[in-house]
Design a binder for this molecule. Sequence first.
Ligand code: NAP
Ligand code: ZN
Ligand code: ZN
Length: 346
Amino acid sequence: MFTVNAYAATSATAPLAPTTVERREVGPHDVLIEIAYAGICHSDIHHARSEWGPQAYPVVPGHEIAGIVTRVGSEVTRFSVGDRAGVGCLVDSCRECDHCRGGQEQYCAKGVLTFGSVDGDGQPTQGGYSTHIVVTEDFVLSIPEGIDLAAAAPLLCAGITTFSPLRRWNAGPGARVAVVGFGGLGHMAVKFAHAMGAEVTVLSQSLRKQDDGLRLGADRYYATGDPTTFAELAGSFDLIINTVSAKLDLDAYLGLLAAEGTMVNVGAPAEPLSLNVFSLLTQGRSYAGSLIGGLVETQEMLDFSAEHGINAEIEIIPASAINEAYERVLASDVRYRFVIDTATLA
Ligand code: NAP
Ligand code: ZN
Ligand code: ZN
C-alpha cells in the first residue's frame, strides 16, 4: 500500500477537506495513473451527501479521471508508461456474467464503482479527487491524442452517459432530439446529438445559457419556465434525454414526445418520480433509463470525440475550490463542468 493526497467528504453535511488515502501496490494486471484532472459530476454530490442512501465515510468522490500512466504491472499489455489514460465510473466487474461478456459491465451485479464500492481486497474504493489511482488495465481507457486532457476528463462519465442512450435510441439524421437540463451531462448530449446528425433542442429552465447552447450545437433553445413552451412543442420529439438532477413533472415532458417516442432518464434525483400512465398509453410512448456505458462503448465514445473534435466545456479549479464548485453546480451555475487540477493536491 502507499499513501496519496486526496479530498474527501467526512460526513453527509461536512464540507470536503484534504485527507490521504491508501492505494494498493501495482499488481501484475494493474496500471498506476498519476491523475492530472478529475471532473466534478453531480453524482459526486448526491453520493457525498448520502442523498442516494447512507454512505461509509470518508468518501473521496471522482469518476471522471484523466492522467498519465506512471507504472504498469508485469502482465499489462495495453498500456505503457507515459500513456494518456482515463478512468470512469467502474474499476472492476465479474467479467463472467452475460452483462460483462456483452460489454455492459455497468449492469454487472458484482461491478465495482470507482468510489463508494468495496474492491476485491475488501477495501473501500476511493475516487479521483486524489493524486494517483491503481486500476486493473481492463478498466482503463485510452485518451486519444488531440483531446485536451483536462477537457477529456468529463467524457469518462458525462460523455459516455449521454453518448450511450443517443446511440441506443438512434439519434441521427432525421431524429428530433430534446435535451432537458443544460449542465454537465446536458451540454455533452447536445454536442454528441449534433455530431450524430440529429436536430437538437435544449429545454432549460431559462434562456440564460441560450447563446452557449446554440454555439455548442443546438438548433433551438427553449425555457421550460415559460408556460407557452410546452404547448408550442407538444408531440414534437422522437427522443428526449432528461439529465435533470431534481424532481420533474414527467407528464409535461412526456407530452412533448411524438407517437412512439422515448424519454430516457439519465438524471438520478434522490426523490421518486411519478407519472400518469396515460402520458405513455395514448401515443405508445416509452419511458426508459440508462446508466453510463460499458468499457468498449466508452472507448468508442472517446474515439468518436477525437474524430469530431468534441470535448467538455470546462472550468479548471484548485482542490481548495471544490466546496464552492459544489454550491455552484447545485445552483445550475456550472459552465459546463468543473475539473479539479489535481496538482493542487500535492
Ligand atoms: P448538472 O451539471 O448539475 O446538470 C443538471 C442540470 O439540470 C442543471 O444544469 C439544470 O439545467 C437542470 N436542473 C437542475 N435542477 C433543476 C430543477 N430543479 N428543475 C429543472 N431543471 C433543473 O448535473 P450533471 O452532472 O449533468 O448530472 C445530472 C444528473 O445525472 C444527476 O442527477 C447525476 O447524478 C445524474 N447522472 C446519471 C448518470 C447515469 O449513468 N445515469 C451518470 C452521471 C450523472 P438548466 O439550468 O439548463 O435548467
Ligand atoms: Zn458521473
Ligand atoms: Zn459481470
